[in-house]
Write a protein that binds this ligand. Sequence first.
Ligand code: NAD
Ligand code: LMR
Length: 329
Amino acid sequence: MSTTPVTVTVTGAAGQIGYALLFRIASGQLLGADVPVKLNLLEIPQGMKAAEGTAMELDDCAFPLLAGIDIHDDAAAAFDGVNVGLLVGARPRGAGMERGDLLAANGGIFGPQGAAINAGAADDVRILVVGNPANTNALIASAHAPDVPAERFNAMMRLDHNRALAQLAAKTGSSVAEVKRVAIWGNHSAKQYPDIAHATIAGRPAPEVVGDSAWVTDTFIPTVAKRGAAIIEARGASSAASAANAAIEHVHDWVNGTPEGDWTSVAMPSDGSYGVPEGLISSFPAVSRDGRWEIVQGLDIAADARAGIDVSVAELAEERDAVKEFGLL
Ligand code: NAD
Ligand code: LMR
């Protein structure tokens, strides 16, 4: 077992994703069963008491890997020395709030958090933004952290990726483990583009195994893209355990690598690949090697996929332009 604990900062720690996330981090599922972790919890003042309660429960688990817990309502303290930051806390859309209001409200959170990361983070820091609108919040945080390489800021698409795996497995009577190389492109929104063109199921091309292109267009794509809303409708609250699970898997693979022969979906700053404007934090199929994401290159993009990707990327560009107008970039 290594001895120096990895500092993991979780924002929105008293929220529902936080509650589903913290115990798994402390048990070793984020970074590995031999990696001690120190948890820094960040909340707003109203969330501090509940965060303290969660910290008491973490203590009561007596996790051998948990080297300590600190609770903060100050971003500078919470991100001091951070190695892995999970930015979950965000401002939910309130009644009568327009999209622009939501972007501006979240800019007020992710700008200062980006600055705190810039000031105090460890050299190897990795940041995963979960709080919505995740891609644009990540862009804002990164813009306020000019000394941190932009590639260290990701937004979470792993939940969308996992939703796609589950839908494909169910449709084809396969196990999830047999489904490989699904891709989600673009924004974590209903305009994302879930893509099975390059996927395989038990080694065979997924489109051939599915054998029903209308199902892909009319059922699969909208089901995956609108799954977040469907969960809210069913549960009366947005996805929490599945979101926490996806965050764990994203960071685990970022640090430890993706399995040979497969890839995952990651929103990271575009390098211009696949015609996505440079700098937008957009989802691509990606593999992790030596602790860094690499966009999977050389995929043929058919006309329907091109159109779907373009719609999603246009939405990201609109969000970027809106927050630029608010002076957040
Ligand atoms: P929640 O309302 O249960 O918890 C959010 C917590 O964040 C609250 O405890 C709140 O006090 C805290 N918070 C608010 N502002 C903060 C700030 N400035 N600093 C620190 N903490 C702050 O919400 P949740 O269900 O845990 O969801 C959190 C976010 O994750 C939401 O934006 C949700 O839409 C998003 N989400 C994203 C995905 C994804 O796939 N990317 C999936 C599910 C949910
Ligand atoms: C999800 O995909 O489950 C969430 O992003 C939905 C939401 O709006 O919180």
